[in-house]
Design a protein around this ligand. Structure first.
Ligand code: SF4
Ligand code: MG
Length: 315
C-alpha cells in the first residue's frame, strides 16, 4: 500500500459540495506472505476505510495498492476477478454480512457460485468441509443464521471468506462484537487457519491486547494517517510516537510493580473534516513544539522496520 488516500465529499443540505473528510491520508505499509499486520487506532481514525480500500470495496482517492507485483487499479476483467478472489474479508458483524433468509451452507457457497468454481455438488462438498473446518457438523449446512450465536456466526463468516481459497484476509474488527470468552476461540481459529494455509492477515482492531496477541507487525493510525509502525514486540516495548505512548499507557499493566509514566492527552479528537495543520496530533500532544503546528513531520526509520512520523525523532 503506497500513499493511500480516501477523501469523502461533504455536502450541504442543498447538495452543494462544502468540503471533504480526509478519512485516509498518505498511508503506506507492506504485508508479507504468511504474516499478520495489525492496524490500530480509535474509532474514526481510518483503519476500516484503509482495509476496505485494500479489499477494493471502496475506490481510493489517491495512492496505490499493489498485490503480488500488480497495481490493482490497473487490472481489468478476468484478471481483476481472479485477483479479487485472492483477497477476502471477514466483517465485524457476521449477522449483517449473512443473509437471514439463506441457509448458511448457501452463504458459504455463494462466492464459489459467483466465480463459477466447480459443479453444484463440488460447491456443496466444499461448503460442508469448510463448515467442518470451523467446527460445525456438515448437516448444519441447512440451518439459518439466526439459529447460531454471535461467535458461531463469525466462524461461518470465516468459512465464507475461505471459500475461494484466498491468500490475504482483511479482518475488520472480527471479534470486537463478541463476548470476551468467545473472542479467544475465534482468534485461535484464525491463527490455526493462517498456519495451515499460509495466509496473510490485515487485522483491523481498536483492542490493543488482541492485536498484540495476533499481529507480527503493527501500524498505529491517527486522524487518517499512519503515525508509527513496527514489529509487535518493538512497538509495545518501545513506543516512540506520543500518540502510541498515550494509547499504550491507557492499557492496564499486568505487573503493577512496573511503573510506567502515563501520557495523558488533552482535548478531543479533532474533526477529520478540518484536520489540524502540520502534525495532525499537535492539538493533543504533550510534547508539541512550534514546528509541529506548521510542518508535517517526515517519516523516520528509528530502527530496522520501526518507522515513526514525529518531529521529536527528526535527524
Ligand atoms: Fe507531538 Fe510534534 Fe511529534 Fe506531532 S510531531 S507527535 S505534535 S512532538
Ligand atoms: Mg471500524
Amino acid at each position: 500500500v503506497r500513499g493511500l488516500q480516501k477523501h469523502f465529499p461533504v455536502r450541504s443540505a442543498l447538495g452543494r459540495r462544502t468540503g471533504s473528510v480526509q478519512a485516509v491520508n498518505d498511508v503506506s505499509f507492506d504485508i508479507y506472505p504468511g504474516e499478520t499486520f495489525g492496524l490500530v487506532g480509535e474509532s474514526g481514525c481510518g483503519k476500516s476505510t484503509t482495509g476496505r480500500a485494500v479489499m477494493n470495496l471502496i475506490e481510493p482517492t489517491g495512492g496505490e495498492v499493489w498485490y503480488e507485483g500488480q497495481d490493482l487499479a490497473k487490472l481489468k476483467g478476468a484478471r481483476l476477478k481472479n485477483m479479487r478472489s485472492n483477497i477476502q474479508m471477514v466483517f465485524q458483524d457476521p449477522y449483517t454480512s449473512l443473509d437471514p433468509r439463506r441457509r448458511i451452507g448457501y452463504a458459504i457457497e455463494e462466492p464459489l457460485h459467483i466465480h463459477r468454481r466447480g459443479s453444484k455438488n463440488e460447491r456443496t462438498e466444499r461448503a460442508m468441509s469448510l463448515l467442518e473446518r470451523v467446527g460445525f457438523r456438515p448437516d448444519q449446512y441447512y440451518r439459518y443464521p439466526h439459529e447460531f450465536s454471535g461467535g458461531q456466526r463469525q466462524r461461518i463468516g470465516i468459512a465464507k471468506a475461505l471459500a475461494l481459497e484466498p491468500k490475504l484476509l482483511i479482518c475488520d474488527e472480527p471479534v470486537s462484537a463478541l463476548d470476551v470468552s468467545i473472542q479467544s476461540q475465534v482468534i485461535n481459529l484464525l491463527e490455526e487457519i493462517q498456519q495451515e494455509r499460509g495466509l496473510s492477515y490485515l487485522f483491523v482492531a481498536h483492542d490493543l491486547s488482541v492485536v498484540r496477541h495476533i499481529a507480527d507487525r503493527v501500524g498505529v493510525m491517527y486522524l487518517g494517517g499512519l503515525v508509527e509502525q513496527a514489529p509487535t514486540d518493538e512497538l509495545f516495548g518501545n513506543p516512540l510516537h506520543p500518540y502510541t505512548q498515550s494509547l499504550l499507557s491507557a492499557v492496564p499493566i499486568p505487573n503493577p510493580r512496573v511503573k510506567k509514566e502515563r501520557v495523558v492527552l488533552s482535548g478531543e479528537v479533532p474533526s477529520p473534516l478540518n484536520p489540524p495543520s502540520g502534525c495532525t496530533f499537535h492539538t493533543r500532544c504533550p510534547f508539541a513544539m512550534d514546528v509541529c503546528r506548521s510542518v508535517v513531520p517526515e517519516r523516520v526509520q528509528a530502527s530496522p522496520g520501526h518507522e515513526v512520523q514525529c518531529h521529536l525523532y527528526a535527524t
